[in-house]
Each structure stands twice: as structure tokens, then as C-alpha cells.
Design a protein around this ligand. Structure first.
Ligand code: AKG
Ligand code: FE2
Length: 197
């Protein structure tokens, strides 16, 4: 477990959060059984498909607006609940939802963004598990434009907290080198009060 040397941030990387054999079993279960869908997103007033598949799980009241999409959480599965509990104990924080992302291959990606929506509150703790293909994760400082790259391994956990979302964006570029799928589970805590404004 190590803390990344990034100013204005608190980012911790745990390479072996889930044992490899277990991680492979989890990958297969989630890949086969989650109802993955390629949602639409509104970008500059234009409707396009997101470049990956997603599905959103959580407590009933953990509704969430994501890039103009109202995300209605599906009820927890036993595996996602178990992984949530592990993340909660590692982070000493509570989560009430998880965004599952499926990058089918290197052509799927995630644009640079910060998870700084109001409903995530101030200084959110975000716990992000990687299963499957290794992909390069990029951080970019909003002011200095400093870049930090990190290879996210099968079974790893990335924790972003403190000021990270205020000062840094993160994302994942396309790559010609990856031909196998990666699943990412991003556990968050949605504040219901702020959603019901
Ligand atoms: O796939 C990842 O590792 C990052 C996902 C992410 O940043 C998000 O869902 O907000
Ligand atoms: Fe994110």
C-alpha cells in the first residue's frame, strides 16, 4: 500500500487488495452477470454513447446525476455488497453506491474529469477496484497541468480522498495495446439531501 507523491491530493494505491485467484473469479462473475449497458450522455448539447459500458448499484436513495444522466441504482448483489464492506474497512469510510465500468478493450475509455459533483460532498472518499486487463490511469492537475500516470493492476484498489477531486482530474485513454476487458468498481457515498434540492 503506498501514497502517491502528488501535491494537493491524497491518493493511495493498494496493488494486491484482492488476491489474484479471487480477483479472476470476481471478474468472471461480474462480467457475465451484470446487466451492462452503453448509456447515452449529453456533451455540448449533443447526444452520444459513452465509450464503455456501465451499471450503477446502491442503496435505494442513492440517486445520482452523472454527465447529465440520472443514475437509478439497482439493488446490491451479494458480491458487490461484500466488496463494498472490504472497501469500507480499508478506507474507514462508508459507501452507499458503486458505479461499475466495463472497458471492453483498449478502444473503450474514460474522459478526463473530476468526481466533484455536489452530491458527493466536500472531499469525497472514492474507492476504485480494478479487475481484468491492466490499464494506465492518468491524473492531471487542474492548475499546474502536472500529469501522473499509474498502471492499475488486476485486483488493485485506488483510493482518492481529501482534496484530490478539487485539484485533479483523472481519466483513461484509449490504447492499441489492450485487447481484453477491464472492470472497474468505483464505490462512492451519495448525499441524498443535496440530490433532493
Ligand atoms: O475506470 C477507472 O479506473 C476510473 C473510473 C472513474 O473515474 C469513474 O467512474 O468516475
Ligand atoms: Fe472518476
Amino acid at each position: 500500500m503506498h501514497t502517491l507523491a502528488m501535491p494537493d491530493a491524497d491518493v493511495v494505491y493498494v496493488p494486491q487488495f484482492v488476491k489474484q485467484t479471487e480477483a479472476t473469479a470476481f471478474f468472471e462473475q461480474l462480467y457475465c452477470s451484470l446487466p451492462w449497458s452503453q448509456d447515452d450522455i449529453y456533451l455540448f448539447g449533443k447526444r452520444t454513447k459513452i465509450p464503455r459500458l456501465q451499471v450503477w448499484y446502491g442503496d435505494k436513495d442513492a440517486r445520482y446525476i452523472y454527465s447529465g444522466l440520472l443514475m437509478q441504482p439497482k439493488p446490491w448483489t451479494p458480491l458487490l455488497l461484500a466488496l463494498k464492506a472490504r472497501c469500507e474497512s480499508k478506507c474507514q469510510a462508508r459507501f452507499n453506491s458503486v458505479l461499475a465500468n466495463l472497458y471492453r478493450d483498449g478502444q473503450d475509455s474514460m474522459g478526463m474529469h473530476a468526481d466533484d459533483e455536489i452530491e458527493l460532498g466536500n472531499q469525497p472518499v472514492i474507492a476504485s477496484i480494478t479487475l481484468g486487463a491492466e490499464r494506465q490511469f492518468i491524473f492531471k492537475h487542474k492548475n499546474t497541468k502536472q500529469k501522473v500516470a499509474l498502471l492499475l493492476k488486476h485486483g488493485s484498489l485506488l483510493i482518492m480522498r481529501g482534496l484530490t477531486q478539487s485539484y485533479w482530474q483523472h481519466g483513461m485513454n484509449k490504447t492499441k495495446r489492450v485487447h481484453t476487458p477491464r472492470i472497474n468498481l468505483t464505490f462512492r457515498y451519495i448525499n441524498r439531501k443535496s440530490v433532493e434540492r
